[in-house]
Design a protein around this ligand. Sequence first.
Ligand code: GLN
Length: 194
Amino acid sequence: SPVIGVLALQGDVREHLAALEAAGAATVSVRRPEELAAVDGLVLPGGESTTISKLAIAFGLMEPLRERVGAGLPVYGSCAGMIMLADKILDPRSGQETIGGIDMIVRRNAFGRQNESFEAALDVDGVDGGPVEGIFIRAPWVESVGAKAQVLARYGEHAVAVRQGALLATSFHPELTGDHRVHRLFTEMVRAAA
Ligand code: GLN
């Protein structure tokens, strides 16, 4: 069965490993280019995108990540991971880079300090069985998507789940809810690509 890595530089790595295993995937933590080379799919966890960006550069992972994304590796990013998959950030911190791959512009910390954390029931295209409970923690929203990216869910006016080919991104954190349908969707995307 395909092996799905979780980028383990910073963020909620263990929660994603557990959710993927509950969804039936074999998993591994990824910190080094050799580990990245061995996976069939990759999750970019929630956390702090500026830190993940700096560590990815320091660990020599940024270029290998871009190469594998460019070659069609299935990747799912939640929250900070969504930011890492965006072709453009509206308000990057200095030195902050993304891997890119999804033709979208995201705004970091978009939901504002008053609402740093909240939950909302979301209908997500491709996820059957009723709404997904979305946990938003200083979450980004998607300011705009290009023609190749498909919006899977919105909260109010803003896209909060996007797919482009083998790349999937959510503003929210399904790894924190015990509902593994989003991880199952991604595991199926990895199987389909393998
Ligand atoms: N605000 C964080 C960032 O900009 C994301 C928060 C999260 O992943 N929960 O990276």
